[in-house]
Design a protein around this ligand. Sequence first.
Ligand code: ADP
Ligand code: MG
Length: 306
Amino acid sequence: MDEFELIRRFFDRRVLRPDVVTGIGDDGAVLKPEPGRDQVQVIDSLVEGVHFPADSNAADIGYRAVAVNLSDIAAMGARPRWMTLALTMPQKDVQWLTDFASGLFEAAAEFDVALVGGDTTSGDAVVATVHVTGDVEEGGAVLRSGAKVGDTLFVTGTLGDAAAGLELLGRGEPDNPLVRRFLRPMARIEAGRSLVGRASAAIDVSDGLIGDLKKLLEASGVGAELDLECVPISDALRSYFDETERLRFALTGGDDYELCFTAAPDAVGNMADITAIGRITADERLVCRRHGDIVEYDDSGYRHFQ
Ligand code: ADP
Ligand code: MG
């Protein structure tokens, strides 16, 4: 199977959309942006052995390669439009490619994003790099840098599930809701879209809440107080792990792909599935509180100051 045959067989799906003039098959894709909208470009690579275990199911890798990018699109308040794929792999395995493409196109269909080009190369390990272009109302993109003193700090969904799932995968646990959260991250496109005009700043939680929140605070030149007892924990996480472990997964585990955002207290309206977890302060530090008391947090848990 030569490269041309491989692309035709696994990746060249007919795209019938007015915003794709020419897709896969020419030297470049020709796209038609909607007038009056800003473009948002994101790219992320998944490297075998670094971002997923070497024996992962190829459909999950394909899905995840798209989903992690869509999470960045969501955090900007944008909607996804087009994507390209650079795929490196050790050999052309028909079953692997079939599964990878099925996962990739599943995510593409779910979020209405068209694969319009890519590159295929051989190399020692699987590397899947996806680049997504999205768009957003002119001037409407939600940045990391807009948080204001007095804003409320929110997060979507629940935290810690994916990191717990990865740990369970490592222990050889069979399929369960936590493992699914790691393998099939949910891109919060809809929540992201409703942040436009409401949120003052946002970031997606890919590296753990504390780490990602600190990036948002630094970009905004502000601090925050985080109420540990308010951090949303799923029933599944509660049923598998004790409080110290839950907090560790939720605060410093990665791969949740939820959105952490700030907004004026009355700006979120009836947004579904969000939890207030703290507030923005002028003091450029992150302070953790538990039921009001200031505590010190690290991976072994929280401690009250004496
Ligand atoms: P070129 O030599 O001009 O770079 P290629 O032979 O690499 O072209 O690719 C031919 C066409 O197939 C191009 O439209 C390219 O965007 C597309 N393509 C290549 N690899 C992939 C892939 N893995 N997924 C989607 N499209 C791909
Ligand atoms: Mg060319």
